[in-house]
Design a protein around this ligand. Sequence first.
Ligand code: FES
Length: 129
Amino acid sequence: MPAGELVCQEQDLEVNAALRVLVKGYPVAVVRDSDGEIHALGDTCSHADISLAEGDVEDCSIECWGHGSQFDLRTGDPLSPPAFEPVPVFGLAIEDSNVYVDITTVTNGAKAPDEALLEKAAARSAKEQ
Ligand code: FES
């Protein structure tokens, strides 16, 4: 079995659409770009507390509805202001149509969620349920 947690099936992801999932309580946007490729990014915009999965996907980017920053799905880099810091891009594996995300593997040099952040996310997600 691949590293990480099973978050969805490939067929749950439409082209040019995103799905918000929680991995250990931490929000992740799983996104299928216009070429059909699947990516996993930190779901919280690096500018403010907005879910990127609620934004529009175009080509290989996702747009935050908060203030319009677009993020490259491969690198996590903001392509337009006001966000200026990348969001983490996580390790992703697909096996038998199952999509696994490993939030301990950050592929773009952005800050990985640390223990304190994971605890906060888990507490928040428990409160939401
Ligand atoms: S909250 Fe995302 S660009 Fe401002």
